[in-house]
Design a protein around this ligand. Structure first.
Ligand SMILES: Cc1cc2nc3c(=O)[nH]c(=O)nc-3n(C[C@H](O)[C@H](O)[C@H](O)COP(=O)(O)OP(=O)(O)OC[C@H]3O[C@@H](n4cnc5c(N)ncnc54)[C@H](O)[C@@H]3O)c2cc1C
Length: 510
């Protein structure tokens, strides 16, 4: 029996999965289930050339190994490009879309039928295929239909905007935007609008770039941390690895069932290894302590100047660090991950998700001109007032805004376990958790990226890639991580024929 693969999702992760499968023998069909065009997901589906990647061309490719395919794509179309560049995100969307068509041709030449159902998947259920007596899955669609497959790749990303709890009562308010995308909605706001952006991370920076670039708007960014990401010049793979994999693997071993990690020893080892890796690339450089607090505007200026002077000694360790953390931490016991990772969350958010110097320079300019402000605190209260919003700050002052834009992150449509499979999503219409489908046990994502419905159950032939694997892998909002997942899944799919009993050697090796 040949494979019938259903890929749920149509963003970069879905195309990366396809890139790794197209042309394989024994694949009867690949069916994409996604409401929009394949290749254009949340981050890369933008058409705004001002919105940049925060990852360099080198690590923003559909295949993780070898020379960057995105670099080749851009160069072959005449873009003057270096592997360290931060490309506009719309170019990643075009790249994914074009590669999708090319891989479709490759697949068809190998005898695979490629189709796209424009719908959302709402559930996956295991059933016995009466033709073959083998296990198959039925993917239920929001429109009422269904499609079956022998293997299901869940690549649905994180495309549900998170509305902060304090604003949920006002969901649907005409002057409340649940997300800064598509950016033309922000550009359409009056040129003198006063806008509060909830968030200080990458999508909030996109919002500030869009709002401040034109007109004379007054924009204020605010978040509970009040911190902007650190500034970097590049995120590229190192020519020579600097992290000692044996040491990091030993950290992983401390999280296996043999014994819980010793947190102090772990922290010490992590700090020592990172420092030595950073110093190896920047001999003699002063390596400053990570900055996780402080006034955001002066810190941005300082970091911007350091970056412009090429004095960011940690930046060339980051790509390797992300790969290492994903590879090693995914092997830890769930309780160890849950205990250790929150301690590193602020550090990872600020440095792993650092942002490009070009955007830092823009923000610094607008901060200096007074068109942009980063509030030191998060509002105590936000409520509609007149045609806009009244916002009360912790120092007791009140400020009015014409619009509030939420850039408070995205969440994965949660998978919840049912008797025979999983239900997908189900949050309330306002984007809040707690809707009908949001309750219930979660399936486990195994190191192989397969899901298991119950601790004593078998691994299903359902794989979670990209953001969907975030309960196992610490850093998933990164195309390179999704491409690594895709390689692991394709490798497993290549090892067996559906309808047979479980033959999978559990390859993980990210
Ligand atoms: C503002 C922003 C900037 C980013 N910048 C970068 C960057 O510079 N570099 C980088 O590597 N990463 C970046 N990321 C992370 C980036 O999103 C991931 O790297 C990756 O592109 C995600 O792709 P995806 O296909 O997993 O998800 P998405 O792009 O979110 O696509 C999800 C797809 O699944 C579909 N879908 C969702 N639910 C269902 C369902 N139930 N049924 C069927 N289809 C469904 C959606 O319609 C969409 O087609 C950024 C993220 C954001 C939000």
């Amino acid at each position: 029996m040949s494979k019938q693969i259903v890929i749920i999702g149509g963003g970069a992760t879905a195309v990366s999965a396809f890139a790794h499968l197209a042309g394989s023998s024994g694949v009867e069909r690949v069916t994409f289930v996604a409401p929009g065009p394949i290749g254009l997901g949340t981050a890369f589906g933008t058409t705004d050339p001002a919105l940049l990647c925060n990852t360099s061309v080198d690590v923003t490719a559909l295949k993780a190994d070898g020379r960057s395919d995105f670099l080749d794509y851009l160069a072959s179309r005449g873009h003057p490009v270096h592997r360290a560049d931060f490309a506009p995100r719309y170019l990643v969307g075009q790249y994914c879309r074009e590669r999708f068509w090319q891989y479709s041709d490759t697949a068809r030449r190998a005898g695979t039928r490629v189709t796209h159902i424009r719908d959302r998947a709402v559930a996956i259920d295991r059933h016995t295929d009466t033709d073959t007596d083998g296990t198959a899955y039925r993917v239920a669609l929001a429109g009422g239909g269904s499609v079956t497959g022998t293997d299901i790749l869940f690549c649905a990303g994180a495309d549900n905007p998170v509305l902060p709890p304090e604003l949920r009562p006002y969901a649907g308010h005409p002057r409340l935007m649940a997300t800064p995308y598509p950016s033309h909605k922000l550009r359409a706001l009056p040129a003198d609008a006063r806008v509060l952006v909830l968030g200080t991370k990458l999508s909030a920076i996109d919002a500030a770039v869009t709002l401040c670039r034109t007109g004379n708007r007054r924009t204020v960014m605010t978040s509970p941390s009040g911190m902007l990401p650190a500034v970097r010049n590049r995120l590229v793979r190192p020519a020579t690895p600097r992290l000692r994999q044996d040491v990091w693997a030993a950290l992983a071993a401390s999280g296996t069932p043999e014994g819980p990690a010793d947190d102090t020893a772990l922290d010490r080892t992590v700090a020592r290894e990172l420092l030595s890796a950073i110093r190896a690339g920047a001999p003699g450089a002063r390596v400053a302590r990570p900055r996780l607090s402080g006034r955001p505007a002066p810190l941005l200026r300082e970091e911007r100047h350091r970056a412009a002077a090429g004095r960011i000694p940690w930046e060339d360790v980051m790509a390797e660090l992300i790969d290492t953390v994903n590879a090693q931490v995914s092997r830890w016991r769930a309780d160890v991950r849950a205990r250790v990772l929150p301690r590193y969350r602020a550090l990872m958010t600020r440095y792993i998700s650092a942002f490009p110097l070009r955007n830092a320079t823009l923000l610094d300019g607008w901060l200096t001109e007074g068109r942009l402000r980063v509030a030191p605190r998060y509002p105590e209260r936000m409520e509609p007032s007149g045609t806009g919003w009244s916002v009360r700050w912790p120092d007791g002052t009140t400020e009015t805004f014409d619009h509030i834009v939420c850039a408070s992150g995205y969440r994965v449509a949660p998978l919840t376990t049912t008797a025979t499979g999983v239900r997908i999503g189900g949050e309330a219409a306002d984007g809040a958790a707690g809707g009908a489908g949001d309750a219930g046990p979660r399936p486990e994502i195994l190191e192989t990226l397969r899901i298991r419905l119950r601790p004593d159950g078998p691994a299903e032939r359902i794989w979670a890639l990209g953001a969907g694997a975030g309960s196992r892998f610490p850093i998933v909002n990164y195309l390179r991580a999704a491409a690594q997942h895709a390689a692991v899944v394709a490798d497993q799919l290549g090892q067996y024929s559906p309808g047979t009993t479980e033959p999978l050697a559990e390859r993980t090796a990210l």
